[in-house]
Design a protein around this ligand. Structure first.
Ligand code: ATP
Length: 572
C-alpha cells in the first residue's frame, strides 16, 4: 500500500513522522543518527491542531493557544477520524473546539477561514484538515533541512485498519508527500532503541507502553534477530493524558471556589474551562520534572486572577486511579500474549504521558528487577519518550529510501509487523550438573520465520556416541513460598504502623517477604532423536535448527570438524 504519490529513489528527501491525535513530530537521519526537527516556533512536539484567524492559518502550538480565544475556528483531535464514517466516530474530545459534523457520512468541520466579515465559512473534511496540517509539518521540515521533503515513513497505532491506513496515505499524498511505509507505533519505538550504537540486538520480549493524550496503547513485541513481531496489543481510551489534565482541572477549580465562594465555577464557562485546561496541562508537565509546580491563570472566572501550587505527591495521590488503570492495561496485555512479567526483558515507555515519573516507578514494581524500564525517571540512558516514534520512523525511512516504491511493499525489512512465528521454543535435552534432564533452547519462542540457529554441545568426556533429542520447550513460572517467619512482637508493630501510615499514599514498599517467582523451562513434545556416532574425546557436536517460512523444520547434527552428520525434516 504505497499510494499515488511515487518518487524515484534518487530524488527523495525522507523523514519519519508521527501523526498523533494530540501531537505530531518529524525526525530525519544524519550519519545513521535520528534527530527530531523543531518547527519555526522551536517545538519538537507539535500539537495536531489547525486554527483560522482573520484569514490566516495557524498550526501547532500557536493554534493550540487559540483554543481559548477562537475555539470555533480551531480544529483539534481530527487524526482519528481519518477513514471513518461519521456514525463511527467518537467526538468526546471535540467539545471545546470545532465540532465534527456529518456531511453525507463524511466527517467535516465548518470554520471561517477567510478574513472578510461577510465571507461564507468553509466546510472541510477531516481528510482535508489532515492534508493541510501535514503540509505545514512538511513545510517546516523542508525549511529546516533546506530542501523539499518528498517522502516519509509514518507511524500508526496497532489497531489502525486498512481503511484508516488508506485514508492516511491519501491525505499525505494530497499534501504532496510520498508514503514509503506505515509502521506501527511500538515497532518504531523499539527500532529507535535498537538502532543506538551501544544497543545489543538480542532476542528479547519488549513491552511498549505508548501513553498519549487520548489513547494508551500497550503492545508486547518479540524481537528476534532484528525482526519484530507484535504478539498482543491492548488499547484504552480512559486512562490517558487528558484524564490526568482533568484531575488537575477539577482540583484547581475546587480550590478556586473554596477561596472565592461567590465566584462562578470556572468549569461552567467555556472560556474559563479552556484556560483551566491549558494551564492544568502545563502544570502536569512541570510535575514530571519538579516535585512542585505552580498554576496561574489571569481572570479565571468572574474576572478573578488565580494562582496556586501543587506538589507531586498530592498530584500522584489524586491521579492514582489513572495510574492503576495503566498498570492493569500493561498486565492484561502480557497475559493476552500468554506471557508472564518474568518473560519481559524490556519495557519501553513512549508518548508524552510516559514522562510521568510515577508511571515508570509503578512499572518498576510490577516487573522483576531484571526487566529494564526505559523511561527518563528510571533510566539515565532513556530516549525522550515523545521522540521515540518519529526517530524510529526516520531510521526506517533511511533504511528503505533507496528502494523503488513497489519493492518496499514486498520488503521484509526490520519493521515488518506481522510475520509468521513459532509458538514454542525448539531446543535439545541436556543434563545438568545434578544429572537431571534440562531443556537447552536453540530457537526461542516467537521467533519470526524463516530462522536458522546453531549451538555446540560438548560430547561426554571420553567421547563416544551422542544422542541428540530435539524437543519443544515451554516456560512456566515456578512459585516458591517464603519460609514462615517467627512471630514478631505485636505491640512494636502497631507503633510502627501508626508512624508510617500518615504519608504513605502508596503501599508498594511491602515489608512482607514475597513469594519467589522464577521462569523455568519445561521439556515439551519430542520432535526427533538423532545419534552422532564415535565422537572424538573432548569433541563437540553441532546442532542446527532451521524453521522454514511454512513452519516446517529441518534438524541437523554433526560432530564439529567432521563431514556428514544426521539430517531430518519435519513438516509444519
Ligand atoms: P494521542 O494520539 O493518544 O492523543 P499523541 O501521540 O498525539 O497522543 P503525545 O504527544 O504522545 O500525543 O501525548 C500527548 C499527551 O502527553 C498529552 O496529554 C500531554 O499533556 C502529555 N505530556 C506531554 N509531555 C508531558 C510531560 N512532560 N509530562 C506529562 N505528560 C506529558
Amino acid at each position: 500500500m504505497s499510494g499515488t504519490k511515487v518518487v524515484a529513489p534518487e530524488n527523495r528527501t525522507v523523514i519519519g513522522l508521527t501523526f498523533g491525535n494530540s501531537n505530531s513530530s518529524v525526525a530525519y537521519t544524519a550519519d545513521d543518527k535520528a534527530e527530531v526537527i523543531a518547527n519555526e516556533d522551536g517545538d519538537r512536539q507539535i500539537p495536531t491542531i489547525l486554527s483560522y484567524v482573520d484569514g490566516d492559518e495557524y498550526y501547532g502550538q500557536q493554534a493550540k493557544a487559540f483554543l481559548i480565544r477562537n475555539p470555533n475556528n480551531t480544529v483539534a483531535f481530527f487524526r482519528d477520524f481519518l477513514g471513518k464514517d461519521f456514525e463511527h466516530i467518537d467526538p468526546t474530545h471535540n467539545h471545546a473546539s470545532a465540532h465534527p459534523k456529518d456531511v453525507d457520512g463524511v466527517v467535516s468541520f465548518t470554520v471561517k477561514e477567510k478574513a472578510e466579515e461577510d465571507a461564507e465559512p468553509s466546510t472541510l473534511s477531516a481528510s482535508e484538515v489532515a492534508t493541510r496540517y501535514l503540509r505545514r509539518l512538511v513545510g517546516a521540515a523542508s525549511g529546516y533541512l533546506g530542501k523539499q521533503v518528498t517522502s516519509a515513513v509514518i507511524t500508526v497505532p496497532t489497531n489502525f485498519n486498512e481503511k484508516q491506513k488508506a485514508a492516511l496515505i491519501a491525505a499525505a499524498n494530497a499534501a504532496d508527500l510520498e508514503v514509503l511505509q506505515l509502521i506501527s507505533d511500538p515497532v518504531a519505538a523499539a527500532l529507535a532503541y535498537d538502532a543506538r550504537p551501544e544497543a545489543q540486538v538480542e532476542d528479547k520480549i519488549v513491552v511498549v507502553a505508548e501513553l498519549g493524550g487520548t489513547v494508551s496503547d500497550v503492545a508486547v513485541v518479540a524481537s528476534r534477530g532484528g525482526m519484530y513481531t507484535v504478539l498482543a496489543t491492548a488499547h484504552d481510551y480512559e486512562f490517558n493524558g487528558i484524564a490526568l489534565d482533568k484531575i488537575l482541572m477539577d482540583h484547581f477549580a475546587k480550590e478556586f471556589l473554596k477561596r472565592n465562594p461567590s465566584a462562578k465555577d470556572p468549569r461552567e464557562n467555556a472560556r474559563s474551562l479552556a484556560k483551566l485546561r491549558f494551564e492544568a496541562e502545563a502544570t502536569k508537565r512541570a510535575l514530571s520534572i519538579g516535585t512542585n509546580a505552580s498554576f496561574s491563570v489571569e481572570s479565571l472566572s468572574d474576572g478573578i486572577d488565580y494562582a496556586s501550587t501543587i506538589n507531586r505527591l498530592r498530584y500522584e495521590t489524586l491521579s492514582r486511579s489513572v495510574f492503576e488503570g495503566i498498570n492493569r492495561l500493561v498486565e492484561s496485555v502480557i497475559k493476552k500474549a500468554g506471557l508472564d512479567v518474568l518473560d519481559v526483558d524490556e519495557v519501553i515507555l513512549s508518548g508524552g504521558t510516559a514522562h510521568t515519573p510515577r508511571i515508570a516507578t509503578n512499572f518498576s514494581n510490577i516487573f522483576p528487577q531484571t526487566t529494564r524500564i526505559l523511561a527518563p525517571s528510571t533510566n539515565a540512558f532513556a530516549i525522550n519518550p515523545s521522540e521515540l516514534g518519529a526517530r524510529g520512523a526516520a531510521l526506517q525511512a533511511s533504511l528503505i529510501q533507496e528502494y523503488e516504491a513497489d519493492d518496499i511493499d514486498q520488503s521484509t525489512h526490520a519493521a515488518v509487523t506481522t510475520v509468521a512465528h513459532i509458538t514454542n521454543a525448539i531446543g535439545v535435552v541436556s543434563l545438568n550438573a545434578a544429572g537431571e534432564e534440562i531443556f537447552v533452547p536453540i530457537v526461542p519462542a516467537e521467533t519470526a520465520v524463516p530462522a536458522r540457529r546453531t549451538i555446540h554441545i560438548a560430547a561426554p568426556k571420553d567421547g563416544g556416541n551422542v544422542l541428540v533429542k530435539f524437543v519443544e520447550g515451554n516456560t512456566h513460572i515456578k512459585v516458591t513460598q517464603p519460609e514462615p517467619k517467627p512471630k514478631e512482637d505485636k505491640s512494636a508493630k502497631v507503633e510502627d504502623a501508626a508512624d508510617s501510615d500518615e504519608d504513605s499514599d502508596f503501599s508498594d514498599d511491602e515489608e512482607d517477604e514475597e513469594e519467589k517467582r522464577e521462569k523455568v523451562w519445561k521439556i515439551g513434545n519430542t520432535l526427533a532423536e538423532a545419534a552422532v556416532r564415535d565422537v572424538k574425546k573432548g569433541g563437540k557436536v553441532e546442532v542446527t535448527v532451521q524453521v522454514n517460512a511454512d513452519l516446517s523444520v529441518i534438524l541437523t547434527t554433526r560432530e564439529v570438524g567432521s563431514k556428514g552428520g544426521v539430517r531430518g525434516q519435519l513438516s509444519a
